[in-house]
Every structure is written in C-alpha cells, then in structure tokens.
Design a protein around this ligand. Structure first.
Ligand SMILES: Cc1ncc(COP(=O)(O)O)c(C=O)c1O
Length: 387
C-alpha cells in the first residue's frame, strides 16, 4: 500500500503505540483520584503538558486537552463567543477554513452572531489588509488557519497577528492542525491567543488534541461537569491518548526540519514530473516552497471526477483523497477550491496527495507512476464520451 493521504490521518508512530499501550496497562488510574494510581496518571498528564508546551514555546498551564481538532476549534470559537458576547458579536474568518471552524461560524450566525468570511486569492491566501479592513468595534475574534488542509497554502499568520494585536479587544485563533510537525508553530511570537492541534495529523492517536489558550484569555467551557482541565473541559482525561499525543508531538518537532526538507523536495519533484508527463493537469494552491506546506499537493484534472481518480489509484494500491476527508463523500465541488476561483468542472476533478513523516522515496515514485498510468485512459474515455 502506498499511503498518500496523510492530511486525512497518519499512521501512529510505533513509539507512540508503545507509550499508549504501557499507559493503558500500567497507569489506568483516574488522574483526579487521590490515591497513588491516580497520582501516577496525574503526573503523566503534567509531563505530557510540559512536553507539548516545550514544542510550542508556551507555558504548560496554557494547554487544554480535548478530544481532537474539531473540539479544540469549537471550544476556541464558542468559548470566546459566549464569554465575550457583551463586548461584541462579530467574528472574522476566511472562506477556506476547515468545516470545524466554518460550521461553528454558521452555527453562531444562527444564534445571532455576525461573521465576515474573507475571500482568498487564486492561491488560497487571505490578504492581511482585508483582515485589517474587516475589524470593527464589535469584533471579538479573528480565526485563520495556518495551513490549508486541501491545498496546503500557508496563511500569513505573523502579519495577521500583528494587525490583531493593534486591537486589544480582539482575539486571534489559529487552526494549526495541518502545520504542526511540518512548519514552525510559535503562537507566542505570532500574537496568537488560541491555537488548535490534533494528534492524528502528526502520527499520534485519533480523538485527542489540545487548545493553546494564552494566559489571560477566558473561555466559556463547552463541556461542564467535574471541572477537569482548569474547568475548561470537564471529563476524565484520555490519559493514554494524551501520553501518545505528547510522544508524537516531541517526535514530530524533533524531526520537523528534516521532514520538511524531504517532503518539500518530493513535492517539487511531483509538480515538475506530473506537469511534464500529464496533459491538462492543473496544480492548485501556492506551489512555492515558502508559500505552500511541504506535504500537501492538490491537482485538478478538468473533465474527470475525483472519486473515479481516487478509486482508479486505489486499484493501483495508491491511497489519496478527493477534498478534505470529512467532506469527501459530499457531491458538491469543494468550497475551498471554489473560493480560489476554480470552476465547478475543475473543482470536481481535483485530488489531494498528502505526505507525512513516514513517506518514502518509493511511495512518491509509485504514486507518480500510478497517476501517469491511470489518468491518460480516463481522459481518453471522457473525451470519447463527450463526442
Ligand atoms: C485544518 C483542520 N482543522 C480541523 C480538523 C479536524 O480535526 P480532528 O479530525 O482532530 O477533529 C482537520 C482534520 O481534518 C483539519 O485538517
């Protein structure tokens, strides 16, 4: 199997699996229990918090463990909305956010909040000046993702951070779920108040993630109960998952530079080779090494259907995806590609190839070989059918 769908999820690192197994077997106590077994679990949480905080250059007290990226985004947005509603009810985000931000904004709109969805250019990038122009007296939050999950475009987070900082009553949330482990992620240097991470995108476990909450920011908790995680997120913590998340974060950060150089080299090679060998292929997003993440490559084959390409590649043992995993079963063309100006036909014929720390040279070359094998006959068939 050639797994090239790492933006959907990654295979857990064997060291992560080992840590989680050890914790499940040996440290099954409830971290809130007073006895020694509870104390051991609590110490594991403390160590995990410290380790993850170190990878981000933040204080351990600023991390809230969640059930993954979706919950972290929900907690950030709804937590600010409800906590600061007297200050204002206006949010700013972009047209290309993941559903875990976009749909929360839609839900807030139904509850009476106003949301500005900023447009992006043809590479999928939002302009900082548009963020500046959209900020109003009643704006409470700006939410912009770091790396787009469908096309890999990197957003100008430090520039936006500087703009938001000029407005002390506006918070800045960043969904860094696709960038951690591939690009430097430094919330404090960038003026970020809230930032979401998810373990399964960097060879950690599924169903566990965290939200960075800058000290001084208050959130209205979305899950109430026993008051765990400083009251921000009640529920007995997923101790094995959190231990696995910390192990994965440390490994990802240790390997980050090497991973980025390797994947970036392969991405550029795929761009060159596929453009040379395939007819009528469009490469989406920012394809430069500075402006695009090293691991995501979005390709469009106008006239073809992405599901057909995905299944044809699967027959060759190569796994890729159409748009984002959560929306790939929908019939509609991708909202993100449409926001970048692609027409329906081009958007419908798009696939995403995404690499990870475990991707090998062999995977990349087998993937290119499979693409050059399956695409031309599909294009010929489509041409024949449209005559
Ligand atoms: C950019 C982005 N945000 C949020 C999420 C949701 O994260 P999770 O799957 O951990 O809920 C994803 C996952 O696809 C993502 O790519």
């Amino acid at each position: 199997m050639i797994y090239m769908d790492n933006s959907a999820t990654t295979q857990p690192d064997p060291e992560v699996v080992q840590v989680m197994t050890d914790v499940m077997v040996n440290v099954f106590g409830n971290p809130s229990s007073l006895h020694d077994l509870g104390g051991k679990a609590e110490r594991l949480l403390t160590q995990a918090r410290k380790a993850i905080a170190h990878t981000l250059g933040v204080s351990p007290r600023s991390l809230v463990f969640t059930s993954g990226g979706t919950e972290a985004n929900n907690l950030a947005l709804k937590g600010v909305a409800l906590q600061y509603q007297r200050r204002g009810r206006h949010f700013i985000t972009t047209q290309v956010e993941h559903a875990a931000v976009f749909e929360v904004c839609r839900q807030l709109e139904q509850m009476g909040w106003e949301v500005t969805y900023l447009p992006v250019d043809e590479k999928g990038r939002v302009q900082p000046k548009d963020v500046e122009a959209a900020i109003r007296n009643d704006t409470v939050l700006v939410s912009v993702m770091h790396v787009n999950n469908e096309v890999g475009t990197v957003q100008p987070i430090p520039e936006i951070g500087r703009i938001v900082k000029k407005h002390p009553k506006v918070f800045f949330h960043v969904d860094a779920i696709q960038s951690f482990g591939k690009l430097p992620v430094r919330p404090q240097d960038w003026g970020v108040d809230l930032m979401s991470l998810s373990g399964h995108k960097f060879h950690g476990p599924k169903g566990v993630g965290c939200l960075y909450v800058r000290e001084g920011v208050k959130l209205s908790p979305q899950l109430v109960g026993g008051g765990q995680e400083e009251g921000y997120r009640s529920g007995t913590q997923n101790v094995p998952g959190i231990a696995g998340l910390a192990k994965a974060a440390v490994l990802a950060e240790q390997k980050r530079r090497e991973t980025a150089v390797r994947l970036s080299h392969w991405k550029q090679e795929m761009i060159r080779e596929l453009a040379a060998k395939l007819a009528n292929v469009q490469i989406n997003g920012d394809t430069s090494t500075e402006g695009g993440s090293p691991h995501i490559l979005s390709l469009s084959f106008p006239g073809l259907k992405s599901e057909v390409i995905v299944h044809s590649l699967e027959e060759q043992g190569v796994y890729v995806s159409s748009k984002s995993a959560c929306s790939s079963k929908g019939e509609q063309p991708s909202r993100v590609l449409k926001a970048m100006g692609l027409d329906d036909q081009t958007a419908i014929g798009s696939i995403r190839i995404s690499m990870g720390a475990q991707t090998t040279d062999e995977d990349v070359h087998q993937c290119m070989k499979a693409l050059t094998k399956v695409i031309p006959p599909l294009q010929r068939m489509m041409k024949g059918a449209s005559k």
